[in-house]
Design a protein around this ligand. Sequence first.
Ligand code: SF4
Length: 281
Amino acid sequence: MIAAIETAPVAPPVSKPAARVGRTKEELLATVSASRLGTWLGCRLKFYFRYMLGIQKPNTPARHIGSVVHAVLQQWSLARWRGAPLVGEMVDAVFDEAWTAVNEDDEIKWDEDEPEAKAKAGALGLVQMYLRETPIPVDERPEAVEVMVEKDLSAHGLPKLVGVIDLVRANGRIVDFKTTGKTPNDELTLHTNDVQLSAYSLLYREATDRSETALELHHLVKLKTPKLVITEAPPATEIQTTRFMRLVESYVRGVQGNDYVPAPSFACASCEFINECKSWK
Ligand code: SF4
């Protein structure tokens, strides 16, 4: 059991994420995370390029904006945890710091129709919209912020499940922040995020010995007029947990067997490894 979720949040100040490096098969079989499993399920060859070879690609405007918004909301949650909420110009200052600090070494190719200054103003507008419209009261002290949790699945012959939960609200509601350019559909988004939500549920229960009260996806939708869409799910069911375990079993079999085949789909349009993929034989 991990006590951190009930004591102090684990989060650094706004900083550059650690560089991704390749992993051995043994490392990939020692632990598994929801994001790694999600990549595996989407396309095994993409997983191979990203996690086994550790190929790094230049950051994109969309990823930069997502990282900055995430970093600011992390600081906003931490400030509430400390009992000194971020308000007004303090938010702008944290945002400015995050914009500079996140991936500061990356040469981002900004779009001609959305140069950096415009993208930055849009990202700040997204954060300000969230802070205006969020259902989380400014004086609500979180149960946990950006907390690293793990669950030993060795009794099932599976890797250790690891993950970082964005936020657990005071009432045991697990929250994950997402930035998107499209308004999500509730039913579809719950389906496509099922792996992540099931993983968070397992991790939270392991850390606290109790069930979450709900799972919330807070989508910050980047439109001309940005909006907040919250998709809420009840606590994960036994069926979801079983499905999740079956997926991890499939992951283990695939990695053990070096089963890294491509899965061409509409998702290839946004795949950063499309050139490497074309050379695959
Ligand atoms: S381009 Fe498509 S098939 Fe190829 S690695 Fe990327 S997601 Fe997989």
